[in-house]
Design a protein around this ligand. Sequence first.
Ligand code: 7RM
Length: 631
Amino acid sequence: MQITSFKQYEEDYKKSIENPEQFWGEVAQNFQWRKPWFKVLSWNFNEPQIKWFEGAKLNITENCLDRHLEKNGDKPAIIWEPNNPEEESVTLTYKMLHERVCRFANVLKRNGAKKGDRICIYMPMVPELAIAVLACARIGAVHSVIFGGFSAKSIADRINDSQCKLVITADGAYRGNKQIPLKDVIDDALIGCPTVEKCIVLTHVRTPVSMLKGRDVWWEDEVKHVNDVCEAEEMDAEDMLFILYTSGSTGKPKGVVHTCGGYMVYAGYTFSNVFNYQPDEVYFCTADIGWITGHSYIVYGPLSQGATSVLFEGIPTYPSPSRFWDIVEKHKINTLYTAPTAIRSLMSFGEDPLQGKDLSSIRVLGSVGEPINEEAWHWFDEKIGHSKAPIVDTWWQTETGGIMISPIATVTPTKPGYATLPLPGIQPILVDENGNEIAGNSVSGNLCIKFPWPGMLRTTYGDHERCKQTYFSTYENLYFTGDGCLRDEDGYYRITGRVDDVLNVSGHRIGTAEVENAINMHAGVVESAVVGYPHDVKGQGIYAFVIYPEMHGEAELSKKDILQTVTRVIGAIAKPDKILFVTGLPKTRSGKIMRRILRKISDGDTANLGDTSTLLDPGVVEEIIEAAKSL
Ligand code: 7RM
């Protein structure tokens, strides 16, 4: 199923459009099914109702583990690189990973989990995180992984939204020289989570934790009480595999739902092709499993293909900005898949951190999460890839399950700043505000997809109507991505960024409404408006305009108070980079905040604010511009 020439890409693409069912039916033959499907695809974007591989039975962990045992049992499945480079790294072969997943699956059963139950996972980047994810899949439980940076309130909202019965966590996490008290955060969250019956706690940092009798149990104790034999649960192709919460333009994150069969086929197929993975290679994706990139391209994609996947606990700059390059040298990394924000951050340290580092093992480079600027692209290409490793700039979303538009390493061309061409099976279309197709080349518009692909979301948990409204109602019969996009003279795609009220801060999706709600929860704040502004390292920074009439003490202290509130409500990742206190916001007569104006002010582009005549009080703009000069 691996594409090896541009000609084959063109042929496969053509075939995938002309006969999608035959195309995906053939791709799916490369996976292990307990029972075959009777229909490859039935779909309807209006409801929406999407079914792939109907009638088929499988378990994704048999594809990620069992089927590799005979030939590749002793091949490393996961190489874990700890936060502290002085500590030993850990290699889990496929045999070892299989054994541990089965054992922990039995722990889950022992604690009352069964097929269909939702399980929340809030863990550091340790092998046990991958084990927990796979153990859920083994028994047919639905995992909902929550990134370790989210606050107790965010966790509680997510746990309650999907009524999780079980939580898997650790005492704490290391992040550079910081320690994060995960279990403490979970304890705060669980005060408001009546559905949670059990909490399994892994010892990792050995910080003191409270263990509630009857609810909390230690991972290490539990695994002693079970054996390592666990038959995989037989799942329907359309049974739920996981929920992953992601931000949209409203204040409430959505639980994106992925199902077993289609997601597996799509994650596996795209992994194998985009990175052109070769049997003995070592692949390193620097994402966190708390995001979709980690789900699809640390765990399910690579393991389904029998690859060796490196799992890194730490951060790019600890203990020094050489860390990634040390890891590349140490584990002889062949593929490095990372985010533009990390590249820009490392770039800012100059070339010293690269001195004496052997990066010769690198064959393929990848970028994901946000648009990559040309400067970062070229630095990555020249300094890291020594101009020999193709960069795959992969565009996709939590909702798409896997990579959609991207070069195919060694097969299709790359172009700085461009995600280039759609993968086989993907039919992008650009539309104007009215949903009219913008055909031809050298055009831009809103990016939609006009035909289903196996990895697409099926619903948003507990609220199908919201799924329909968000993705399938803006334009009839199209999946709307929320991204703006340009198609150049060669037909190559360049994603230009969100066209809705979603920010992309260091590759993390954050809704402006979410941040506003959090700020507004601060006592004394009357109203706020949040916009994104260009940030050298983060891509976008968060700029908050806040009305706070009766300030308690100094303005600087009040800003810190607000940051504390945002950290409590959402998590530190959503802290505004800039807060400007204002007495009013630019609003239309109907009361809508004119963000366009605020965006220009935050960008320092005040010369041409456009038409302000529809404003209720045009004077407020002058005042904000004046105040902004002080930041
Ligand atoms: C994989 C992931 C999705 C949003 C998406 C875009 C942006 C992602 C690229 C990109 C330009 C890219 N999932 N985005 N990849 N923009 N070039 N290669 O990031 O759900 O967290 O975010 O990220 O705006 O809609 S996500």
